[in-house]
Ligand binder design. Structure first.
Ligand code: AP5
Ligand code: MG
Length: 230
């Protein structure tokens, strides 16, 4: 894997933008481990709320299972609270947020208020047939959210996480009907953000169809180009 030799904090908040199954979560884990910054996945935060049965979780669960987007105001409250914590002072990676123009504009305001740098965006471009295969083969650890794929990245022991031995489960929104809805929501509401950030000169595109190691190398070089551009 090609990575920078010296660990340095990410000066700008980083957004991983791309369709469901593009590899945002897989790559965010690698980048966050390398730079020692938090991985802020709005999907993981919502799933944790569902698991704990919080009011937000109860509201979000049927929406997520259908494959629709959770309302902006609920997501924004959750993200604003999270990025205000101390561990985000040295940078962070947003995975799965923003997903609508209203969320992107609200994030701009939040970052200005916190006097943080404007965000840098990595856009994962992956063809739809690859996305569908990846999503239907995905399995996730119930304990640590580690991500596997029965076709491409199987665990060493079937059904068990390599890292903590946790049970591997299929996400309810990885059923075919929910996958269709998620792809539709992405095309209609999230894809316009590619142009929004490209126009600001804040976006680098990565071809996400390659192997995990090759995509990772492309992500690290794209991050270096974005950092150099600020
Ligand atoms: P979320 O959890 O964010 O799901 P998503 O965006 O649909 O993306 P995924 O997590 O499915 O894919 P990924 O890109 O992370 O891919 P992964 O690395 O897992 O959101 C879920 C739901 O929560 C939403 O539908 C919505 O309801 C709600 N929500 C969340 N955020 C919201 C927001 N901001 N606003 C409103 N609602 C929100 O990889 C996929 C599979 O491919 C894995 O099996 C992996 O092992 C494999 N894989 C990855 N990379 C490769 C590779 N290079 N080669 C081969 N296989 C690979
Ligand atoms: Mg994910």
């Amino acid at each position: 894997m090609v990575q920078a030799d010296v660990k340095k904090p990410l000066a700008r908040p980083v957004i991983f933008l791309g369709p469901p199954g593009a590899g945002k979560g897989t790559q965010a884990k690698l980048v966050c481990e390398h730079y020692g910054v938090p991985h802020l996945s709005t999907g993981d935060m919502l799933r944790e709320n569902v698991r704990q049965g919080t009011p937000l979780g109860l509201l979000a669960r049927p929406i997520m299972e259908r494959g629709d987007l959770v309302p902006d105001d609920l997501i924004l409250r959750m993200v604003e609270e999270r990025i205000a914590r101390r561990d985000c002072l040295e940078g962070f990676v947003l995975d799965g947020f923003p997903r609508t123009l209203a969320q992107a504009q609200a994030l701009d305001t939040m970052l200005k208020t916190q006097r943080a740098f404007p965000p840098a965006v990595i856009y994962f471009n992956v063809p739809e047939d690859v996305l569908i295969r990846r999503l239907s083969g995905r399995r996730t650890c119930k304990v640590g959210f580690e991500i596997y794929n029965i076709y491409e990245r199987p665990p060493k022991v079937e059904g068990r996480c390599d890292v903590d031995g946790g049970e591997l489960i299929q996400r309810p929104d990885d059923r075919p009907e929910a996958i269709r809805e998620r792809l539709l929501a992405y095309r209609n509401l999230t894809e316009p953000l590619v142009e929004y950030y490209r126009r600001q000169g804040a976006l680098e595109e990565v071809a996400g169809k390659a192997t995990v190691a090759d995509v990772s190398a492309a992500v690290f070089s794209a991050l270096e180009r974005l950092e150099a551009r600020q």
